[in-house]
Design a protein around this ligand. Structure first.
Ligand code: B16
Ligand code: MG
Length: 216
């Protein structure tokens, strides 16, 4: 019996994944790295800011101290946060608002489980902030996906057992995290072909039947 759905943020609820990509690409160019591609960006999905930076730095022979790495991560975040200024509800992916309303109308709790430390500002700007019973994000975690911590904290805040939660994710790290936490995992978007997922779908839109299948 499913009692809660935990949504990843970037790439599942909103289109911020494109803004992350642009900011990392700009940082890479400033470091003289050309050819930072979508394939590189795919490895940054769902993982922390510092782990994402390592994906960029793998493409250069230059060595950076921890202090320099922190400065680079901060620089990328400044660019990313600037690009969030114009963010509004048009960034919410198709079907998301209706699907959340459907879940809540049917007594299913909803939560966000995101690696992003910018989660609160993104939820505010896209008018999604009041649509969740709990939010767990990079601000309250020590470990990055594929560690299940972010989802376990979400389940704990909801007061629902992990085995009664479904996670919806667009990253391989996130699917792995959900399974490691003993939850069901639905892979959408870029993670659609992930073999660890219980169910796959192109997007959140059209998951209604899937939720019924999980035993409602
Ligand atoms: P920030 P999610 C993740 O969000 C992104 O997919 C990932 O690319 C990013 O590095 C991470 O958030 C940290 O974001 O720099 O804003 O703290 O997919 O877990 O919602
Ligand atoms: Mg994501």
């Amino acid at each position: 019996m499913i009692k809660a759905v935990i949504f990843d943020l970037d790439g599942v609820l909103v289109t911020t994944d494109e803004l992350h990509f642009s900011a990392w690409k700009r940082l890479a160019e400033e470091l003289g790295i050309i050819g930072f591609t979508k394939a590189d960006n795919a490895r940054q999905r769902g993982v922390s800011r510092m782990a994402s930076l390592e994906v960029v730095l793998e493409k250069t022979d230059r060595k950076f101290s921890d202090e320099e790495k922190n400065e680079l991560a901060e620089k990328k975040n400044d660019m990313y946060v600037k690009s969030l200024k114009s963010l509004n509800k048009s960034a919410v992916l198709d079907g998301v608002v209706d699907f959340i309303a459907y879940l809540r109308n049917n007594g299913i709790k909803t939560a966000v489980g995101s690696a992003s430390k910018n989660t609160p500002v993104i939820l505010e700007k896209t008018d999604l902030a009041d649509k969740f019973d709990a939010v767990s994000c990079g601000l309250n975690t020590q470990k990055s996906k594929p560690d299940p911590e972010v989802f376990l904290i979400a389940a704990d805040k909801l007061g629902i057992a992990p085995s009664e939660c479904v996670v919806i994710e667009d990253s391989d790290a996130g699917i792995e995290a959900a399974k490691a936490g003993g939850m069901y995992a639905i892979a959408v978007g870029e993670a659609e072909h992930n073999k660890m997922a219980d169910i796959s779908a192109a997007s959140v839109d059209g998951l209604y039947k899937t939720i019924e299948m999980f035993g409602r």
